[in-house]
Design a protein around this ligand. Structure first.
Ligand code: UDP
Ligand code: ZN
Ligand code: FE
Length: 328
């Protein structure tokens, strides 16, 4: 038994990553491996990609016995990287100059392209976990990249819906979402020349926000310097709004959804999703019985009311941030 493998859940039809060695990773240690001058962080840099030292997926995974139905296994094949967002040990995107956040976006694109050149990789997902309340083990501002040998269920579902939507309505689902959000203008929080930040009509988390593009960009490496700046700008507003609403101890997850790298879907659009557990400064919502047991989310409140709060917070901070866009 390797203790490092994929296991197939035949009931839900999805893979689980079993990673016994991940138990060993540092938990709130006092030494910061991401501050400049450490063994892996020498030299001059603004943003840095490092291999994850405790990778859940690896390009050289142990071999596995495929097993027998219903208990099938797969190799834990893939890539896990850490992206150190800034040399500074504190802060978040709103505290990093715009050009450097744009560099971060461009680096995510470069890493996507590089990782995708491996024949085993089907999907590359950059993401960030921030905040002690959602279990982050290291506080230095950092993101991660997980690259999978399969298309993750959430992405397959979005693609299937986009294809189905085209069949039924003859349009692109992402373009229609953006068009309707701008038309209704009830849930939009911030807009610039390339992206719109909003709380979606179908928000699951109280202060969930998504960033959708106004172009047909599908993958991070399609972004040029200018569009990377525009995406960086929208991200700085999003995280700045969370800090403004929830104070210094805020928590969120940020996920980059891009097209699968080997079978780029025409309908797909690059977008960013922010989930935060905050109901308020010091009250958290837990995904609990209904959410986990049924995959049905109850939304405590009304997204349109929360949008007003988010927009007001954005109004207060965009001056300080020297933002490129405006409140819709
Ligand atoms: N890590 C690393 N090098 C180190 C210490 C930690 O690559 O010297 C990795 C660790 O495996 C973990 C990540 O950095 O995946 C820290 O991530 P975070 O706290 O966001 O979440 P986690 O992955 O621990 O849930
Ligand atoms: Zn640090
Ligand atoms: Fe998505």
């Amino acid at each position: 038994m390797s203790g490092h493998e994929l296991r197939w859940n035949p009931l839900l039809g999805c893979w689980i990553i079993v990673a016994g060695h991940r138990k060993e990773r540092p938990w709130h240690s006092t030494f910061c491996p991401f501050c400049p001058g450490g063994p892996e962080t020498q030299g001059e840099w603004n943003v840095l990609a490092l291999p994850n030292r405790y990778p859940a997926l690896s390009l050289t995974p142990p071999g596995v016995d495929k097993g027998e139905k219903p208990f099938t296994r797969g190799e834990a094949l893939g890539v896990c990287e850490v992206i150190v967002e800034t040399p500074s040990h504190e802060g978040d995107f709103q505290n990093i100059p715009l050009e450097q956040v744009a560099e971060y976006i461009l680096l995510l694109g470069e890493r996507t392209r590089k990782i995708a050149s491996n024949s085993a990789i089907e999907y590359v997902m950059p993401f960030k976990n921030k905040g002690v309340s959602i279990g982050v083990s290291l506080t230095h501002p950092h993101s991660q990249i997980y690259a999978f040998p399969f298309i993750p269920p959430r992405i397959s579902r979005e693609i299937a819906s986009a294809i189905e939507y085209r069949k039924i309505y003859g349009g692109n689902i992402f373009e229609d979402i953006v068009r309707m959000e701008l038309l209704e203008s009830k849930r939009t929080v911030y807009i610039n020349d390339g992206f719109v930040l909003l709380i979606p009509f179908y928000a699951m988390w109280p202060y969930e926000m998504h960033i959708y593009p106004s172009s047909d960009v599908k993958l991070l490496y399609e972004l040029d310097k200018d569009s990377a700046s525009l995406l960086a700008d929208a991200i700085r507003v999003a995280t700045g709004v969370y800090e403004e609403l929830f104070g210094s101890e805020y928590a969120y997850m940020m996920i980059f959804h891009q097209a699968p790298v080997k079978r780029v879907n025409e309908e797909y659009r690059l977008h960013v999703e922010f989930y935060t557990p905050h109901l308020s400064r010091d009250r958290l919502k837990y995904a609990a019985g209904v959410e986990w047991g049924a995959w049905v989310f109850t939304y405590d409140g009304v997204p349109e009311d929360r949008a007003r709060e988010l927009r007001e917070a954005a109004t207060r901070i965009i001056g300080k941030l020297d933002s490129l866009g405006r409140i819709p």
